[in-house]
Ligand binder design. Sequence first.
Ligand SMILES: C[S@@+](CC[C@H](N)C(=O)[O-])C[C@H]1O[C@@H](n2cnc3c(N)ncnc32)[C@H](O)[C@@H]1O
Length: 218
Amino acid sequence: MNHSGDDVLQKAVMDRLEDFQASIRTYRRTTRRPPTFLRDGVAPRMRDDAFAKARVFPDRETMMLDVVAKGGIGAELGVQAGNFSRFLLDGLAPSRLYLFDLAADPIRQDVKADPRVSLHIGDSSSNLAARRETVFDWIYIDGDHSLTGARKDAQAALQRIRPGGLLIFNDYTPWSIAEAMPYGVIPVVNELVNEGLNFEAIALSPWGYFDVTLRAPG
Ligand SMILES: C[S@@+](CC[C@H](N)C(=O)[O-])C[C@H]1O[C@@H](n2cnc3c(N)ncnc32)[C@H](O)[C@@H]1O
């Protein structure tokens, strides 16, 4: 795309952003309420004692290399092109990596062909829950980011994770800046912490797409 084409597209977004912001100002002025309907779910405050071992990392790759033990059985829910799967295979050397997505076509060929990879196409929560024979050391959750979708993936992951295993959530953010849509990951994570999982780590991201690592009770 040429530069002027990009400029035109950017202007279209920014014009609509101004309208969007004006409509929020009108809503707040008229109702005297914040636009809570823009959130997907309400996050409870997390218990204080969940953070005794919590650490902060500059990015998700550094966090994953630190918190995940090499050679384990892992899963990634939501794969897209498979670039992060490639990192997981190379960096964490899993003995098996189970990949879950709605579509196989976008996933890079070298990932699909890796002998350690097992690919499961369809809804990730249903497919993960159906793998009754597999116990995972860690599960990376990055599929459907709505409150309902993230909650279903989290519940399926809880059934399949080993005691003391790790649930890692991508996109711990209330709002996706690249899509201008709400995400429901924060309420799901905070609820899990209050149900007994420990908050082990958070990885920062310049776009605000933070990752958090929770440890299941041992
Ligand atoms: C943000 S992308 C994943 C990015 C990838 N984890 C990475 O870090 O590069 C989200 C993916 O989740 C998939 N997805 C969305 N809803 C899903 C569902 N219900 N079951 C399985 N996959 C889903 C989409 O097809 C998309 O490929």
